[in-house]
Design a protein around this ligand. Structure first.
Ligand SMILES: C[S@@+](CC[C@H](N)C(=O)[O-])C[C@H]1O[C@@H](n2cnc3c(N)ncnc32)[C@H](O)[C@@H]1O
Length: 341
């Protein structure tokens, strides 16, 4: 039993790479285009792969069916599942996240974790140790391909999250005139918010080389800036999957910066945080495990962390907010926190 567990745990990365392969071959797209359950040979011809690899493709599909990425009917033909629906490029394109997280230029950092524990300098991260002291944001700026993959991965997840978010929490944006999405990447979230709430003036703020890739769209403004410095004034600030990238000290600085930049006029002014709460009572086993995995990822990439309820409470109060509310979400491991200045 234990032997199987060790083998299984050690082999788990094969799941990630099988998924990466499915994305690379666009298997979801081929099954969708076929229009009904797809036999193996039809899938193989439509990718296309050479006929001597058909059986190997069948073995890849067997693993992916076992992981519920795809399903099979009684005749053994392949069908999409809710999982593979998320890989379709015209829907959420979550395969972009798979490709980024399994990209060798990125996974090489994870291989250096034990050396970093033993020899890493204080204040360095696993990524810094593996990249001559450069932090991950410098790495994304210099390695355009990796940086673009990261931006695309974030945008894909964002599209999926924001669709749910604006429908579930319309009240969150009521009575606001302006919102800044701090660390908002290439503007996916503000574009969705601006479309849903056309009266709201939306702005995305991110690093110069990131916002340079934002879509040219009249529905929102673009600011190249540094979230650790002065922020443009607004009624509301969104920090979505941002604070888990930063240590407590920097989080307090960012939250204080938002509070200072909130326009004084308004009832209803707020900061909205979307991030994992590790010990949130609504988390199911998958959300809990996802929280642990992201926590190690944040440790390696940023020297940062996912936080428990008490840790969020301490940060929010240390930044001087008068109160906050936590909303459970349909966003898996992520929760929404609404902070009042
Ligand atoms: C994990 S991503 C989250 C992106 C987006 N909020 C989302 O949910 O998809 C963090 C973002 O913070 C940006 N960032 C990092 N350091 C920053 C800084 N000093 N000032 C502004 N943005 C920064 C990164 O470029 C990246 O787009």
């Amino acid at each position: 039993m234990e032997l199987t567990s060790v083998l299984n745990q050690s082999l788990t990365y094969i799941n990630s790479f099988a998924l990466r392969c499915a994305v690379g071959l666009n298997i979801s797209g081929h099954i969708q285009a076929y229009g009904h359950p797809m036999p193996l040979n039809e899938l193989a011809r439509s990718i296309p792969i050479s006929p001597e690899k058909d059986m190997m493709l069948g073995r890849l599909m067997a693993l992916l069916v076992q992981k519920e990425v795809f399903a099979q009917d009684e005749a053994g033909c392949y069908m999409l599942t809710p999982f593979s629906n998320l890989l379709l490029t015209e829907r959420s394109n979550m395969g972009a996240f798979t490709c980024f997280i399994t990209e060798p230029a990125f996974t090489k950092h994870m291989c250096a974790m034990s050396e970093w524990f033993k020899d890493g300098e204080a204040g360095s991260t696993v990524c810094m140790a593996a990249n001559n002291g450069k932090d991950i944001w410098d790495l994304f700026r210099e390695n355009h391909e990796l940086g673009n993959l990261f931006n695309e991965a974030m945008a894909s997840r964002c599209k999926q999250q924001m669709g749910v978010f604006v429908k579930s929490y319309p009240h969150m944006f009521a009575d606001l005139n302006s919102l800044v999405d701090v660390g908002g990447g290439t503007g996916t979230a503000v574009k969705i918010i601006a479309n849903a709430f056309p009266m709201l003036r939306c702005t995305v703020l991110d690093l110069p080389h990131v916002v340079a890739k934002a879509s040219k769209d009249d529905s929102f403004n673009v600011v190249a800036g540094d979230m650790l410095k002065k922020l443009p004034p607004a009624d509301a600030f969104l920090l979505k999957n941002v604070l888990h990238d930063w240590c407590d000290e920097d989080c307090v600085r960012i939250l204080k910066g938002c509070k200072e930049a909130i326009e004084p006029r308004k009832d209803g002014s707020k900061v909205i945080i979307v991030d994992i709460i590790q010990d949130f009572e609504n988390n199911n086993a998958k959300a809990t495990e996802t929280g642990f995995l992201f926590d190690i990822l944040m440790m390696c990439c940023h020297g940062a962390k996912e936080r428990k309820k008490q840790e969020w409470h301490d940060l929010i109060l240390a930044a001087g907010y008068s109160g906050y509310k936590i909303h459970p979400t349909q966003l898996g491991a992520d929760c929404v926190m609404e902070l009042y200045p």
